[in-house]
Design a protein around this ligand. Sequence first.
Ligand code: V55
Ligand code: FE
Length: 497
Amino acid sequence: MAHQMGDTQPVNQLFPGLPQFSGFMKPCRVEGDVQKLEVQGVIPNNIDGTFYRVMPDPQLPPLAQDDPWFNGDGNISAFRIRNGSVSFQQRYVQTEKFSREREAGRALFGKYRNKFTDAMKFKIRSTANTNIVFFNGQLLALKEDSPPYALNPLTLETKGLYDFDGQLPSLTFTAHPKFDPESGEMLCFGYEAKGDGTPDVCYYTVSPDGKITEQVWLVAPEVAMIHDFAVTDNWVLFPLIPHLCDIERMKKGGEHWQWSPETPFYIGVIPRRGAKSSDVKWFCYRNSFPNHTSNAFENDEGQIVFDLGLSEKNVFFWWPDAKGQAPDPKEIHSNLVRFTIDPVNGTSDLHEPQVIQKNNTEFYRIDNRFSTKPYRHCFFDLMDPALGTNFTEIESRLGGGYPLYNALGHLDIETSETEVYYPGNTHMVQEPVFIPRSKSAGEGDGYVLALVNNYDTMLSELHLLDVRDFKSPLAVILLPLSLRPGLHGNWVDGKSY
Ligand code: V55
Ligand code: FE
């Protein structure tokens, strides 16, 4: 097409014609609200609260053509459920990146976690696109390369970057903080905590009123990604993903991460309270990819029981190894496994873990009242092609860039039985959240809520399940638009805000 007269610098106003920007992966870019979403079925009146979740959702075509899904701007969805009705609200986190690019009307931000590829100097490179948690009266929008952004939970307005009133010891803050169900503490860490390419890890805890309490600095054996972690009553575990950072590669415009098939899967373990840097023990298992954690706790022998997803292959296939090799996404499987670790007398080589759910699963969620404690119930996304998904019909609408799951699972760890909720032949599920039936309900007694992509209507739906009757939904809540696949979200009880 011809440029109009007077155009000096034509700005690209089209997203690249690549899988990660096509089909259901088409950027949503919507901000606004919809009152009283359509509801098929009935939402119980005792459900009162908000489901917050975040999706990477580039507001503008990226500088890098093949920009990965993980680099999009964080756009927060809030589903407020009360008296059997649902209202929907969505708003971008006003990060420095988002605001500068909005002002310029074009992308200025370069590659994923590579500041050397930016078109301007950013103080903070957070895209705030990975998790949204509620703590001490505000929402925190998280990206593991930066401090959190604080948001107003009622309006989703961005208040600004949040450094805990100057107390934040690390340059970075995990996207997967844990919450002690009894003390209300938030347990956190940052890796590359002294800047890009540094092996430093900082573990820190925050009291319910926002005071930093514990603070321990560690040095990791590699500059590796530490995406999720786990905590027990007395220990903290850091699983290192064998994706390594090389600052020299970054300076040449390369990727932040490269898969390293030679690197073992390390787990760093430190005491939860009063630890010194020298207390860290590094345990090793053969090269594999640690996915999201389910939970960890201590058994009667004082050993750590650590449950997480584990894959033999490089799950982040868009960041290949040094030879440029990466697995076919269809061949990436993750199983829920259980490592048993003796933090005091154990040798560095870990025993073979027990597979506690053998299917291809991810995005494990629990009844958070049992976080850090012995637990029995685990909810997750599951991919089982035998369930009947019509892949030929939906192939062209899936879009690319992330693994897909076609069902939700509920594992009873005591009986080893899994119940499956299969939403339909043209549906894929996003991460579930668990909602307790009441404050006094037993573990796992409650509801499960998850966003579902409907590739027939090309619209999003929220499916609400009762754990007591997991196979069919209580309610399907219909959205008038499609929400891009997201990462993480959390349920916040209506009495909290
Ligand atoms: C993850 C997601 C990220 C990221 C690092 O799911 C790890 C894992 C959406 O961004 O930057
Ligand atoms: Fe995650």
